[in-house]
Design a protein around this ligand. Structure first.
Ligand code: NI
Length: 666
């Protein structure tokens, strides 16, 4: 997870610009992070009690990226958000790395808080266990003195419910779990009805909530360490993915080229993986599609009104940092085949650089049939297999593990798939009583119903600048002269011209979909080249109008938002969602109702999953999927994958094809 590097490298400042930075979007190097740390800690305003809650590259604006040519001079800037853990002060520092100077050092005025950091994790256990009120509360539920050191205390983002004593404090809400040994899965043993609201600055429990009714701790083991697993099944034969000539992609620094795709890999502490300048080469020309793509925010609201749960609303990107919590992916475990890993330089809470090894995984996957036809009249039979490029990372945020997989296909399709796995939040249930707020998952153990929302931020650049979003639906045409047989239905088309028109919900009944087009260009049939946003059946936020979470996570109340691109508008729940009362972010931005037709636009697609817990979710839930696709829809002049070679290894290998006619593996 988060690591400290005791000895940061210290190259002289003047060599920084020259060390391996070839493009303005290259992630910060270790040397640059070390320089940021030196500049910040050397500043007169710096105190030892300050922690780096964020250290990131200031990405240049779109116009600057478009104007950049290889070999040109590159100016580099960084941004740091400091938290003074003693005073609670929040500071933003802007650094000019090319000039080697602090450009701005200012207090941040926000009703929110920087994300929860490793420091908070570390001190929480100590603060909570030192409070006799908390000790008494957990003992009332069966915890003994011997159990206390092993009790797991989780720092959960506190939310904001307008409780007056909480205003202006840096808080987490701590829930606890009994563990018999350090390797025990604590989530099987929740200590119900005890929540410590912890003031992290003054290092004390601000409020201890201790329900009068003490529900016993469920004691059934639900472990998954190797010793606890059942004997492995013996009927799984090896499945080898072999690429004898290596992968079909090439990597040059952060630049990737695969089949007709070109893009740059980026990474931020908050979003994790970012794809920049995603382009498709069509007849020798790289045509841009997306300028920048990322998952900019998440929220996971719980639907249980009781003490341990009503306030659970994790904004995993803004309150924790998906990039900060990235896993080091291991060959053969998370990904199969010939893998390219990207190691990502990062900063710890003290600003010290370290490298997150194998943070991003890239590989190719066989994906079945791409196209096929057998013409019985003339015996022409052609089939081509599909292959996709996978660029992925996994983040572990407390109990949950989220995988984010971008897939690029040979037919021009772009897909994002979120994989939801890990361990669910749990609730102890009074023996013999039902659990009304979710599903029973074991003896005395319930899983509260909850929702997961992901918000993709897609800064478009479809066939260049000037993009328009339109909405389309299928509508039956009334009987009449132009519909004498009653079979006709129409496809409507409506331009979303202004931001307030573009806060939209999906509708499967009418097949509603959205297209992003470039009205300044013409395709092969004289229309504007376009991509279609293909959404999956996805929930919307179910919390009531007027609830705290609805104000804080307004982005989750619609499936689609479109805004005029503004580099300051990066996160749909605002810059500091931790403990923020809400009202910032996307719902506020669209009040300006800026024109978005033939403009530089950002699409925000909110998608997710409503999770009703079930026994199969324990001890670790099988992956649940959520995501979307972008498919060429008049972008290309024909199927771009007709040129795929026939004799791929898969279609000729003996293990795949039997000698019988018409039996080649598809
Ligand atoms: Ni879930």
């Amino acid at each position: 997870m988060l690591r400290r590097n005791a000895k940061p490298p210290e190259p002289p400042m003047d060599t920084l610009a020259a060390t391996a930075i070839r493009h303005p979007l290259d992630p910060l190097t270790e040397a640059e992070i070390a320089a940021v740390q030196r500049l910040v800690t050397g500043h007169a305003g710096f105190r030892d009690t300050m922690r780096f809650t964020l250290l990131e590259l200031v990405e240049p604006a779109k116009a600057a990226v478009l104007a950049f040519r290889p070999g040109q001079g590159i100016t580099r800037s960084a941004r740091v958000v400091l938290l003074d853990t003693q005073s609670g002060a929040i500071l933003e520092v802007l650094l000019d790395l090319t000039g080697g100077r602090v450009e701005a050092w200012r207090q941040v005025e926000t009703e929110g808080q920087p994300p929860i950091i490793l420091d908070d994790f570390m001190k929480l256990d100590r603060i909570v266990k030192a409070d006799p009120r908390w000790v008494a509360a957990v003992k009332r539920r069966g915890i003994t003195d011997a159990d206390l050191p092993l009790v797991q205390v989780d720092p959960f983002s506190a939310g904001n419910f307008g409780f007056p004593e909480e205003k202006g404090q840096r808080l987490v809400r701590a829930v606890s779990y009994w563990r018999e040994s350090p390797r025990d899965n604590g989530y099987a043993h929740p200590i119900e009805g005890v929540v410590a609201v912890v003031d992290l600055v003054h290092e004390r429990i601000l409020t201890l909530v201790d329900d009068p009714v003490a529900i016993p701790i469920p004691r059934t083991k639900r472990n998954y360490d190797p010793d606890s697993l059942p004997p492995p099944r013996t009927d799984v034969k090896p499945l080898s993915i072999v690429q004898p000539e290596g992968p079909s992609f090439t990597v040059d620094g952060w630049d990737v080229s695969w089949q007709n795709w070109r893009f740059r890999v980026g990474f931020t502490p908050r979003e994790g993986l970012v794809l920049h300048r995603l382009s498709f080469v069509d007849q020798g020309v790289a045509r841009p599609i997306i300028h920048r793509a990322s998952i900019a925010e998440m929220v996971v609201p719980y639907a249980d009104p009781t003490t341990n749960h009503f306030w659970k609303n994790a904004f995993d990107a803004g309150e924790y940092g998906l990039g900060k919590l990235v896993n080091a992916l291991q060959l053969g475990c998370d990904c199969l085949g010939t893998i390219h890993y990207f190691n990502v330089p990062a900063a710890d809470d003290h600003g010290a650089p370290f490298v997150m090894e194998n943070a991003i995984c890239m590989h190719e996957e066989d994906y079945g049939t791409l196209w096929k036809h057998y013409e019985f009249r003339n015996d022409v039979r052609e089939v081509r297999r599909s292959r996709r490029l996978v660029i992925s990372f996994f983040a572990t945020v407390g109990n949950y593990d989220y995988g984010f997989y971008w897939y690029l296909y040979q037919d021009g399709t772009i897909q994002l798939e979120a994989k939801l796995t890990g361990i669910i939040q749990t609730a102890a249930v009074m023996p013999g009583e039902p659990y009304p707020w979710g599903g029973m998952i074991g003896e005395g153990l319930g899983g509260p119903t909850h929702q997961h929302f992901f918000c993709a931020r897609l800064h478009m650049s479809l066939d260049g600048e000037g993009n328009t979003v339109s909405e389309h639906e299928f509508v039956p045409r009334p009987w009449g002269k132009d519909n004498p047989y009653g079979n006709v239905f129409d496809t409507t088309s409506r331009v979303l011209a202004r931001e307030r028109d573009a806060a939209r919900e999906a509708d499967g009944r009418t097949g509603r979909y959205w297209k992003i087009s470039n009205p300044n260009k013409k395709n092969v049939v004289g229309a504007a080249p376009a991509y279609k946003l293909a959404v999956t059946a996805s929930p919307l936020l179910l919390a009531q109008e007027g609830s705290a979470i609805r104000t804080r996570a307004a982005f989750a109340t619609k499936h689609l938002w479109v805004t005029a691109a503004d580099p300051a508008e990066r996160f749909p729940a605002g810059d500091f969602p931790n403990q923020h009362p809400g009202g910032e972010g996307i719902a506020a931005w669209i009040e300006a109702n800026r024109p978005i037709e033939n403009a530089d636009i950002v699409l925000w697609h909110n998608f997710g999953h409503t999770h009703v817990c079930k026994p199969e979710d324990m001890p670790i839930m099988p992956v649940e999927y959520a995501g979307f696709m972008l498919k060429p829809s008049g972008f290309l002049s024909a199927n771009p994958a007709m040129d795929l070679p026939r004799d791929t290894e898969a279609s000729t290998s003996a293990s795949c094809c039997t000698p019988a006619p018409n039996s080649c593996c598809e």
